[in-house]
Design a protein around this ligand. Structure first.
Ligand code: HEC
Length: 276
């Protein structure tokens, strides 16, 4: 019996990639190969569109909506937040690297001194705190969500360029990878059950997106102007399998985002897009 269970776990881990200590780059290449073999007609670049890559009708709908996005005024609110100086007269642009332009693809990164993963939203909050403002709550879409909805557009077109170097970084990456492949909730699903093994198939009425391309297009606006950061999506997916989720901004979500973003390395960023 033990053998059977172990065998099943092995199968669920992309041919065992997650149990051996493969390098992040090997993980990424193995995952791409898995999708290329399974869906030879879908280009890897098209996975930035998530499940739309598998369905021309919703892709057409996406293109039509993105011509005149119904959430443009929301992104504008984020721009106002970005442009408004802190009480000390400094701005996000004066605090973030390169004035905030073409940088989001370098996040998350591992900060050796602090011994932890720093996400783009952490960097925005660090900027606030360094300038005497209070950090925003990572789960608050009206503040941190809107700010990111604009700030990340300043990196549109940049290629995801996440680095995992050194023992601390690798440990955080492995923790994120473990979260992705661990089964949770009453339904006993892992992220990978849906977004690797079942990507491109339908679950109830929903076509499931692949892990490749998952992290490059955040935040999204769903059904008009309902803003979701990637952490809000993580929380939603865990709840959908009746699991208990950590809050947005939690260390385990940061580590997951680190692993998750590495899988999209080389793909172009585009923030604030439409999703169903
Ligand atoms: C029961 C299946 C299931 C599980 C388990 C699951 N998800 Fe999802 N997820 C979905 C569905 C369905 C959607 C909406 C359709 C889509 O875009 O894939 C979705 C959407 C997403 C998206 C948005 C994709 C996009 O392009 O907008 C991300 C990112 C995501 N999930 C990540 C995760 C992560 C990380 C986990 C594990 C913590 C997870 N999901 C667990 C089913 C699942």
């Amino acid at each position: 019996m033990k053998k059977v269970i172990l065998g099943m776990i092995g199968l669920s881990l992309l041919g065992g990639a997650a149990v051996t200590m493969a390098s992040p780059e090997q993980d990424r290449l193995d995952t791409i190969k898995y999708f290329q073999t399974k869906y030879p007609n879908v280009k890897i670049e098209d996975y930035v569109y998530g499940s739309l890559a598998f369905d021309q009708d919703t892709m057409d709908q996406y293109n039509a909506i993105m011509e005149f996005p119904p959430f443009e005024s929301e992104v504008e609110k984020g721009k106002k937040m970005w442009d408004t100086p802190f009480k000390n007269g400094k701005t996000y642009a004066s605090c973030m690297p390169n004035g905030g332009k073409n940088i989001a693809g370098n996040y998350p990164y591992f900060d050796d001194k602090a011994g932890k993963v720093v996400t783009f939203q952490d960097a925005l909050n660090a900027c606030r705190v360094a300038n005497g403002e209070q950090a925003y709550n990572n789960g608050d879409m009206k503040t941190m969500g809107l700010l990111q909805a604009y700030a990340r557009t300043l990196s549109d077109g940049m290629l995801s360029n996440v680095k995992v170097e050194g023992a601390g970084a690798l440990a955080a990456y492995d923790d994120g990878k473990k979260t992705f492949y661990s089964r949770k909730g009453q339904l006993n699903f892992a992220c990978a059950t849906c977004h690797v093994q079942n990507a491109g198939t339908r679950l109830r009425s929903e076509l499931i997106s692949p892990v490749i391309g998952h992290t490059v297009h955040w935040p999204v606006f769903r059904a008009g102007d309902n803003l979701f950061t990637i952490h809000r999506r993580y929380v939603g997916c865990v709840k959908s399998v009746r699991g208990i989720s950590p809050k947005e901004g939690d260390v385990s979500w940061n580590n997951l985002e680190y692993f998750h973003s590495y899988m999209s390395n080389g793909l172009p960023l585009k923030a604030s897009v439409f999703r169903k």
